[in-house]
Ligand binder design. Structure first.
Ligand code: TRP
Ligand code: SF4
Length: 341
């Protein structure tokens, strides 16, 4: 075997679209888990830049891709994704994924794709119809399947929203294997056990588009400033009214970032009106800053060294590509296309 990715430990592949700097929800919901999985698996982590193109419409959208990749990968490294253990690369640097995508599209019924709930949601969100939407968006899960099976990954850590894509990936694999002979393992999803991280608006999932997020890479001052804007128990109009931590997102964030003892104190003092919301938020901000300090320190180290980060992605891409070529070679033969380059 040309490289050391395909060895005995299970192979994990996961990806994120390049959204730039990550937020606390990305960290607690996915990234932290990526870091932990490195102990047990051979991990391949990919920046899904071609997937990002499925919802971009103009040159104004695409100018952000390169800076967004750099910012996101800095957060990966800061969080502890370790290039000594895991392979990190950018999807478009392994063009074989587009070859495999085309070939897999020959075994994927259109009906399967039109039924995917994320497809229906995106069409609605983009104010399109199933007729007007880009062909590329319809094929989104086929490209995702290609991402996974190009490296014969068997395990894919994802959030709830991606489960339909994984189901589809397994169906495509089954069909391919049935028609052309056993080639790919059926990839299992590994559901990330993460609580839903609610944003500062106290209503919606934390996310960049709603601007209700806390960036990992912010300064402590910025973080404190944003935490102070958080919505709390809407019935607590003055400090003398006892609060209801159960309905307050500042409390849920305390549960994620403060110690058990502190959480108990917050609960007691809130429900007996001994603690005001501003103090409670300052307390939370302090703990979040403390929690993120090691990550922020590490990020600064990597920021000083952009060449290192670029090199690491180049090396990752080369390593990934060597495997990708073998896989596409195998698929060419099986599908009657002869030799691949
Ligand atoms: N679709 C995934 C998301 O939006 C990103 C992604 C692309 C991915 N390719 C992947 C995830 C392969 C897992 C495996 O979050
Ligand atoms: Fe929420 Fe804290 Fe205010 Fe209670 S004191 S409502 S937990 S911010």
């Amino acid at each position: 075997m040309a490289t050391d990715i395909n060895q005995t430990k299970g192979i994990i592949l996961s990806g994120m679209r390049p959204t730039g700097r990550l937020h606390l929800g990305n960290y607690l919901g996915a990234l932290q888990n990526w870091v932990a999985l490195q102990q047990e698996y051979k991990c391949i982590y990919m920046v899904a830049d071609i997937h990002a193109l499925t919802t971009m419409e103009s040159p104004l959208d695409v100018v952000d891709i390169q800076p967004n990749i750099a910012e996101m990968v800095l957060d990966w490294l800061a969080a502890g994704v370790d290039p000594e253990q895991s392979t990190m690369f950018v999807q478009s640097q392994v063009p074989e994924v587009m070859v495999l995508h085309t070939l897999l599209s020959m075994v994927t019924p259109l009906g399967w794709l039109l039924r995917v709930p994320t497809f229906k949601d995106k069409v609605r969100q983009m104010d399109e119809t199933e007729e007007s939407v880009n062909y590329g968006l319809v094929g989104y899960p086929v490209l995702q399947t290609a991402d996974i099976i190009l490296y014969k990954a068997d395990t894919v850590p994802v959030g709830q929203d991606q489960l339909p894509h994984l189901e589809l990936a397994r169906e495509i694999v089954r069909r391919f294997n049935h028609r052309f002979g056993d080639t790919f393992p059926e990839p299992k999803s590994k559901l990330t056990e993460a609580p839903l991280i609610v944003g500062l608006d106290g209503q919606n999932k934390m996310g960049k588009t709603l601007d209700n997020h806390l960036e990992l890479a912010s300064t402590p001052e910025e973080t404190t400033k944003r935490v102070l804007t958080a919505f709390t128990d809407p019935q607590r109009s003055t400090r003398s009214i006892p609060g209801r931590p159960e309905v307050c997102n500042v409390y849920s964030l305390h549960k994620l970032c403060s110690t058990g003892d502190e959480v108990a104190t917050v609960y007691d003092e809130c429900t007996t009106a001994q603690r005001g919301c501003v103090d409670c938020k300052r307390h939370l901000a302090g703990n979040i800053n403390q929690y993120l300090e090691p990550l922020r320190d590490r990020r600064r180290e990597f920021e000083r060294n952009p060449d290192y980060v670029n090199q690491l992605l180049d090396d990752g891409g080369k390593k990934a590509r060597a495997i990708a070529k073998q896989t596409v070679g195998e698929v060419y033969e099986k599908m009657g296309l002869g030799k691949y380059v």
